[in-house]
Each structure stands twice: as C-alpha cells, then as structure tokens.
Design a protein around this ligand. Structure first.
Ligand code: ADP
Ligand code: MG
Length: 407
C-alpha cells in the first residue's frame, strides 16, 4: 500500500487542514528553545501557499489535558513560524467554533491560519467523533504532516481522516520513506545499533530487528542486561533482572535467523555517574571463564575502546544502518566517548543511515554530525513504533483510497 501525498490532489483555492507537530521544547519562561519541529513543517506549508491553498494549521502542544491553559497556548509558536516563513500567520484563540469558522471564511488563497492547541478539547485525545467532525468541517482536505504524533489515534491525527480526503505532507512522506527503506527493504548488510537505558523500553524494536537486520550491535544500559543474561556479574550497573528471559529470547531469535548479536568486549566503569569520578576500562572475559565483568560496587557506564573500534568497523561495512539509543551515559562527558564514536562511524560510513529516538538525536547533535546522517527522525516514540513494525494510526489513515463520508 502506498501513502497518498499532496501531489495526488488539487489544492488550489481549497481549505486545507494541515496537522503539524509544533510541540516544541520551551524554557521556564515559555520561550522556544529549539524550533526544529516548526522548520520541519515549512516545506509543506510553502508548497500549499504556492499552490494557492487556504492553509489551516493545527497542532498539539504539551499536555493541557482537555482544558485551555495559558502556558500551552500557541502564540509564540505562531510568531516564530511567521518569522521563519516571512509572511503573516493569523493565530486563533480556539481550534473550533464560530470565530474560527468566520476567520476561515474570510481567508484568501495563500493565507495561513494557526488554530489554537487541539488538546484544549478533551475530544482530541479521546478521538471523539463529534470533535473530529468539527475539525473536518473547517476544511476540504486533510494533510497530516505530524509524524511525531503519528503513533497516536487522536481526532486531529487520525479521526478527522474519516471525513476528508486525507494525504501525507512532505515531512510525513520523508519519514515514512526513510524508515520503510530501513525496516522493509534495507540494502544489505543491514546493521542495527541499539542502546539506551533499558531492554524493557525497546523490546519490540529488538525483537523486530532481530529478525530483519544482519547484525545487531548492542550498547548502553541495555547491553548490561544482555551480558547479565549470559551469566556475567555486572556489579551495580543498570541491569533489568526481570528482563533476562526477554534478552535471551532476542538472542535466540537472532541466532535462529543467522543474525549476529555483538555485545561489548570491554566497558568503561566507575563507582559514580559523575564527571571526574575515578573510572577504568575492564575487559569482558571470554564466556565460560571468570563470570565477573564488572566488580562489586562499580557500574558500566560506556562501551570501552576495543568495543568502539569493533563497532565502528561493523558500521563501516554496512550498506544500511539504523541507530537508536546511546552507548553510554553520554550526558556526562566522561562517559560519552562510546556514543560519539558510534555517531562518527555512522557519519563516515557510506551506508544509508537513519537515526531515531530523542536521546539519540541529542547524541548526533553533540557529535556534530547531523548533516552526515541521511535521515534524523523528528519523531521519538513514533519512529520506534514504526521500527517495531506496528501500524501507526496517523499513517494508516493516509493509506486508504481518498474517500469522504460527507461527499
Ligand atoms: P532514546 O531517547 O534515543 O530512545 P533512551 O531514552 O532509550 O534513548 O536512552 C537514553 C538514556 O540511556 C540516556 O539517558 C543514558 O544516560 C542512558 N544510558 C545509556 N547507557 C547507560 C548505562 N550504561 N547505564 C545507565 N544509563 C545508561
Ligand atoms: Mg530517551
């Protein structure tokens, strides 16, 4: 099945409801600290403006839980968008109702209106039919460009598509293309690098990739649990004792499909997660020998130098690389080297590279290699659910043939 896109329809003069993801990070004063998500929607907005559509933008922002709360208003987002586009953006005080309808009735071709936070109405997160219909009544066409919210079945991300012809925006299209090219049709060898804190957060991703990748490269806290599952003592490292069976299941699945699983061969350990805390490198003993990888009172906080070299070589031999999850506690510089080494190896490799996950994106930024990566996903949770092989409601609703219950 193929995604329907804006190029499949005529938008001139039409009222186009565009669901974007303007859920940007803000500081305590409500100032936007990173406008990447706003910029990511610009190609779609500019295209619609140039085609003479009437552009109605909608987004969620924070968790107002169905009530209009001042701190979650989209005023500053509208101002920033207007600066970026170099044209005026009319910000509304609500996302439904008469005032909104009247304003839209006055719009000319190429005008842009930004609706107020859709989560000010409880019907949004409940995917309430009445609320979805209200939103749909504002427009002739629905464009979903909010990849970051695609794993949610909400009124503005999925429900509305029942009542309007629904197509994907350019960002949505790019995300789906990049992630599908990894999960569905990877050029081989396909190396999946997985790390981060916990096995339990990523079990679906691990299981799916254990059947799809050629090599699974594991690091971070997650690798501790895998090492523990092999019987190693891990000191006071982050280990999920209740997930050892799941780790073993992933390794069994991988081995039954001929997928190799790489675990750290050495680790950077310390007694405290602190800059300047004494640290050392320990080798992970060969299996079947001594069972202690990390001495009592110490914890594994990064992959060691030999592991970095081995992982970098594996990454460089790949044709496709997917990376999620840091190799260590990279927020602390003393334990960031493994993560930075992996980021650099991915940047230097000629493989098609896709990175997803909030902390993983921060790591790629910290390494200064964002522009060397083919695709850095804008959606944390959404990209992981995609890689798990799950159906995302915000994408599934763009796959169906264009129909409208109203017509
Ligand atoms: P992402 O957001 O990219 O999906 P995660 O949230 O799963 O990644 O993991 C990131 C977190 O994992 C970071 O806060 C990092 O400090 C932590 N982490 C990585 N390695 C370890 C480790 N060895 N011990 C404890 N925490 C770790
Ligand atoms: Mg995270």
């Amino acid at each position: 099945m193929k995604l329907r896109t804006m190029r499949d329809i005529d938008v001139r003069g039409r009222r186009v409801f565009v669901r974007v993801d303007f859920n940007v990070p803000v500081d305590s004063g409500g100032n936007i600290t990173d406008d990447t998500r706003i910029r990511a929607a610009v190609p779609t907005i500019n295209y619609l403006v140039q085609k003479g559509a009437r552009v109605i933008l909608a987004s969620h922002f924070g968790r107002p839980k169905g009530k209009p709360l001042a701190e979650f208003r989209l005023g500053k987002v509208g101002e920033r968008l207007s600066e970026i586009l170099g044209r005026s953006v009319k910000k509304m005080d609500d996302c439904i109702g008469d005032a909104v309808k009247n304003e839209i009735a006055e719009m000319k071709e190429g005008d842009i209106v930004l609706l107020e936070n859709v989560r000010f109405h409880a019907g949004e997160e409940k995917n309430d039919e009445g609320f979805a219909k209200e939103l749909a009544s504002l427009a002739d066409i629905y464009v979903n460009d909010a990849f970051g919210a695609a794993h949610r079945a909400h009124a503005s991300t999925a429900g509305i598509a029942e009542y309007l012809p629904a197509v994907a925006g350019f960002l949505m299209e790019r995300e789906v293309e990049a992630l599908s090219s990894v999960v569905e049709t990877p050029e081989r060898p396909f190396v999946a690098v997985l790390g981060g804190a916990k096995v339990s957060d990523k079990i679906g991703v691990l299981e799916n990739l254990a059947g799809k990748a050629d090599v699974l490269v594991l690091g971070g806290g997650m690798a501790n649990t895998f090492l523990r599952a092999h019987g190693y003592e891990m000191g006071k490292s982050l280990v999920e004792e209740d997930r050892l069976d799941e780790a073993r299941r992933v390794m069994d699945k991988a081995s039954s499909r001929g997928v190799s699983v790489l675990l750290p061969v050495d680790l950077v350990i310390a007694e405290r997660v602190e800059e300047g805390a004494p640290k050392k490198v320990v080798e992970v003993p060969v299996r079947g020998q001594r069972a202690t990888a990390v001495p009592e009172g110490w914890m594994a906080l990064d992959i060691g130098p030999a592991t970095r070299t081995k992982y970098a070589e594996t990454i460089k031999s790949a044709r496709t690389v997917f990376w999620n999850g840091p190799m260590g506690v990279f927020e602390v510089d003393a334990f960031a080297e493994g993560t930075l080494a992996v980021a650099k190896a991915i940047a230097e490799s000629s493989a098609k590279s896709v990175v997803g996950g909030g902390d993983s994106i921060a790591a790629v930024e910290k390494a200064g290699v964002v522009h060397e990566i083919d695709h850095v996903s804008t959606g944390g949770g959404a990209s992981l659910e995609f890689v798990e092989g799950r159906e995302l409601p915000g994408i599934a609703c763009l796959m169906e043939p264009i129909t409208s219950k109203n017509s």
